[in-house]
Design a protein around this ligand. Structure first.
Ligand SMILES: NC(=O)c1ccc[n+]([C@@H]2O[C@H](COP(=O)([O-])OP(=O)(O)OC[C@H]3O[C@@H](n4cnc5c(N)ncnc54)[C@H](OP(=O)(O)O)[C@@H]3O)[C@@H](O)[C@H]2O)c1
Length: 193
């Protein structure tokens, strides 16, 4: 218990599933959490649950494809909770399931923007805040899909999630000497909304 006492965390994709439960666990372990997703009502429910359990959380609703949201999340962590130690960049969407030749450019970009470009926006603002704290932990939710097994119709999803692993490895070598750890989670099939 209280493994994260005094820490401040951002959790994306927090209005549902893995992100929702992670935000609750981080708070239970003592972290102050900034949670985000598009659905304000789901975030409000999460913040209420955390506060009822004695924790502290702030919801910042928005679309993860917008760079300004990444900045607002870090500003909230710093202004309201004093800094940033942990960023769980967990948001993800599978997009439409079609074979590669049938995939529209629009569908491709929608998945890449949600899963990969959002992680770049996040890291861009999270890393300087962590450097100011003397270190931190940045985590991306990738997937087992196309790493240990693959499925038809998931070209954009698999490419975006593989991209997260490349981004993570570069951050590790760029900022390891600043005390920042970079990791990717590759969950297996998980029963979520
Ligand atoms: N479940 C699995 O079997 C599994 C397996 C491997 C990897 N993963 C990965 O694990 C992560 C979490 O998955 P999950 O199953 O917990 O997903 P989920 O229940 O579908 O939740 C997805 C979350 O992402 C948010 N989101 C999606 N698009 C967004 C956007 N444009 N802007 C802001 N927020 C957005 C949703 O919030 P709003 O709807 O409120 O916007 C929601 O909070 C994802 O990255 C997923 O790819 C899941």
């Amino acid at each position: 218990m209280n493994q994260l006492s005094g820490r401040v965390a951002i959790v994306t994709g927090a209005s549902s599933g893995i992100g929702y439960e992670t935000a609750k666990l981080f708070a239970k372990e003592g972290a102050k959490v900034v949670v985000t997703g598009r659905r304000q009502d789901a975030l409000d429910k999460l913040v209420n649950e955390i506060e009822r359990g004695g924790g502290q959380a702030i919801a910042v609703a928005g679309d993860i494809r917008e760079e300004q949201l990444a900045r607002a999340l870090v500003d909230t962590a710093v202004d309201r909770f004093g800094g940033l130690d942990i960023a769980f960049n967990n948001v993800g969407a599978t997009g439409e399931s079609v074979p590669v030749p049938d995939m529209s450019a629009q569908a491709w970009h929608a998945v890449l923007d949600t899963n990969l470009t959002s992680a770049f926006f996040g890291a861009k603002y999270q890393i300087p805040a962590m450097v100011k704290r003397g270190g931190g932990s940045i985590i991306f939710t990738s997937t087992f899909v196309s790493h240990t097994a693959s499925f038809p119709g998931m070209g954009a999803y698999a490419a975006s999630k593989a991209g997260l692993i490349g981004l993570m490895q570069v951050i590790a070598v760029e900022y390891g000497s600043h005390g920042i750890r970079a990791n990717a989670l590759l969950p297996g099939g998980t029963d979520t909304p």
